[in-house]
Design a binder for this molecule. Structure first.
Ligand SMILES: Nc1ncnc2c1ncn2[C@@H]1O[C@H](COP(=O)(O)OP(=O)(O)O)[C@@H](O)[C@H]1O
Ligand SMILES: C=C(OP(=O)(O)O)C(=O)O
Ligand SMILES: [K+]
Ligand SMILES: [Mg+2]
Length: 559
């Protein structure tokens, strides 16, 4: 395994924390059962995962982290990797899971459904065999304007002053020299000479010189790398032109087919591109509910357009989470506004108790280079300091040269900044508004749970306890605790693997699957003895335990 990290340019010494030798860790393996099955070793994977005491499902990475470094060392910020040609092999996925990937994202803009199905199968297999709970997210294409496939090449350079043709014509095979395809039929009608075309949020810029039938002649005014299916916006007199765009549906017919695919494949999250209003999220949620009765799929609203900013609070209230999709967002609002908008979205999501992902260009230079820029590290640090739930890699892990190394940078920077914030008490103390409406019944389970979690977190910080344990069937109580961002990690015990995977995207939660008893005392004693037996906690550790089955707060010392 170490050799694998070396291949990607990471010596094991560079990992300051948490990545232990898998040979010392175990897993109970079974995904969905009661954890009694031994992991299968039928494939050609590292044969280094002995089955330890059954009864509890935990992944080998969390287990190793806890064994080596104790509670304080666990990473609170979750990490998402977009999977693409650079990361879709089984061994590559395994290495990413080992290196801390919490969620695998599939961007439906790219690749065939067959390809996506293969990745989903591999991630499932890894979870089953190794006890991971890597969640799966699909991300819709959306119907904004984008370029075509570049006729099979992976990228093309546009140089300053070069002439390029944007065409809505369909070409079979290779494109004529200097030609780019656009997916939007009305493109040539809509643009005007003098307009500015912004590719991929500013990676490359062109000026429209002339229109000849379906072809739009442009001159490159800001050189850069063109990638397949890159997003295109056009600007006139310094303003985004979006009259036609605004008429396009948020969820296109292709998106609906992709959503059906996601539902039938049983993915955990669906992220919707270019959300404009809350209605589209409501509609999708009821569609999902009618199609998949036995399981929940979290719907994430991608905030990446002017419209989504106008309706931000309404959208976030109805969604299950949000993504600050800075790539397209930065193409729709002035770049200098992106940092403050990011912060506002992160804060709002926390207030409304919705997980939030910060995405795009976090480590963009690592697509090509093995080390990040200092500015990128500062950007990652800021997102961690804002205490976003998750950070996402896009091209870095999908098609870059150093997917594993990029993930390792996210991990080490997160760990370091989290520790620094705790030591220096540098985190923002946010006054959390009450989630339940003031009119609601004082004794409603909702309100009581919220108060229990607020108080438990407060106590945990004041007493300096080692961990909070939460026993939760649907995961809600765990997310209420996560919302408080306590200093110690939160161990979330739930009885279904699907809930466990879903919780894996939320800040500070270490999700376990365990058969829950209705008797809280039985659960507590069982988890204490199982975790102690596996060396994940020690006698004398101080824990606060809460549950949504019995509304109480207990302070317990591990016997
Ligand atoms: N499934 C895939 N197949 C091929 N290439 C992919 C895939 N997913 C992502 N990529 C590549 O990674 C790049 C970055 O991914 P992402 O940010 O998700 O997409 P986009 O750039 O289209 O917004 C893409 O432009 C594409 O080149
Ligand atoms: C994450 C984003 O969306 P996509 O990669 O699908 O364009 C973004 O625009 O930042
Ligand atoms: K997308
Ligand atoms: Mg986008």
């Amino acid at each position: 395994m170490v050799a694998k990290y070396k291949k990607d340019g990471i010596s094991s010494g560079a990992v300051d924390c948490g990545l232990a030798d898998p040979a010392v860790s175990g897993t109970s393996g079974s995904d969905g059962g009661n954890g009694a099955a031994a992991p299968s070793r039928a494939t050609g994977l590292a044969s280094s995962f002995p089955s330890i005491a059954p009864g509890i499902d935990v992944d080998s990475v969390s287990e190793a982290e806890l064994k080596e470094n104790g509670f304080r060392s666990t990473r609170r910020t979750k990490l998402i990797c977009t999977i693409g040609p650079a990361s879709c092999g089984f061994e590559q996925l395994e290495a990413l899971a080992m290196a801390g990937m919490n969620v695998a994202r599939l961007n439906m803009c790219h690749g065939t459904r067959e390809w996506h199905r293969g990745v989903i199968k591999s991630v499932r297999q890894l979870n089953e065999m190794k006890g991971y709970s890597v969640a799966l997210m699909i991300d819709t294409e959306g119907s904004e304007i984008h370029m075509g496939d570049l006729g099979g090449v992976t990228s093309q350079k546009a140089e300053d002053g070069e002439e390029w043709t944007f065409s809505v014509r369909k070409f079979d095979g290779a494109l004529p020299e200097g030609t780019l395809q656009v997916n939007y039929e009305g493109f040539a009608e809509d643009v005007m000479a003098g307009d500015e075309l912004v590719v991929d949020g500013g990676m490359v810029r062109f000026e429209v010189v002339d229109k000849i039938g379906p072809d739009v002649k442009c001159r490159c005014i800001d050189p850069g790398l063109l990638l397949p299916r890159a997003n295109v916006t056009f600007w006139r007199n310094g303003r985004l032109v979006r009259e036609r765009n605004a008429m396009l549906p948020t969820i296109s017919s292709k998106d609906w087919l992709d959503i059906d695919f996601g539902i039938s494949e049983g993915v955990d999250f669906i992220a919707i591109s270019f959300v404009k209003t809350a209605d589209v999220i409501k509609h999708l949620k009821s569609y999902i509910a009618s199609r998949s009765t036995n399981r929940q799929i979290g719907v994430f609203a991608k905030i990446e357009s002017c419209d989504s900013l106008k309706n931000l609070e309404d959208i976030i209230r109805v969604a299950d989470g949000a993504m600050v999709a800075r790539g397209d967002l930065g193409a729709q609002i002035p770049l200098e506004q992106v940092p403050s908008v990011q912060r506002e979205i992160v804060t709002l999501c926390r207030q409304l108790n919705k997980p939030v992902i910060v995405a795009s260009q976090l480590l963009e230079s690592m697509i090509e280079y093995p080390t990040p820029t200092r500015a990128e590290v500062a950007d990652v640090s800021e997102a961690v300091r804002q205490r976003a739930d998750a950070l996402m890699l896009s091209g870095e892990s999908a098609m870059g040269q150093f997917p594993l190394k990029a993930l390792s940078v996210l991990r080490t920077v997160s760990l370091r900044i989290e520790r620094w914030c705790r030591e220096q008490k540098r985190h923002e103390m946010m006054r959390l508004r009450e989630l339940s409406p003031p009119s609601s019944d004082r004794q409603s389970a909702e309100r009581v749970s919220e108060q229990i979690c607020n108080s438990a977190s407060h106590m945990a910080n004041n007493l300096g306890v080692d961990a909070i344990f939460v026993y939760t069937r649907d995961g809600h109580m765990a997310s209420l605790l996560s919302r408080c961002r306590p200093d110690c990690p939160i161990f979330a015990f739930t009885d279904t693997t699907a809930v466990r995977r879903r919780l894996n995207l939320q800040w500070g939660l270490i999700p376990f699957r365990l058969d829950l008893s209705t008797d809280m005392e039985v659960n507590i004693l069982r988890t204490f003895s199982l975790l102690k037996a596996r060396g994940m906690m020690n006698s004398g550790d101080l824990v606060i335990a809460v549950s949504d089955m019995l509304q109480s707060i207990q302070i317990r010392k591990i016997p």
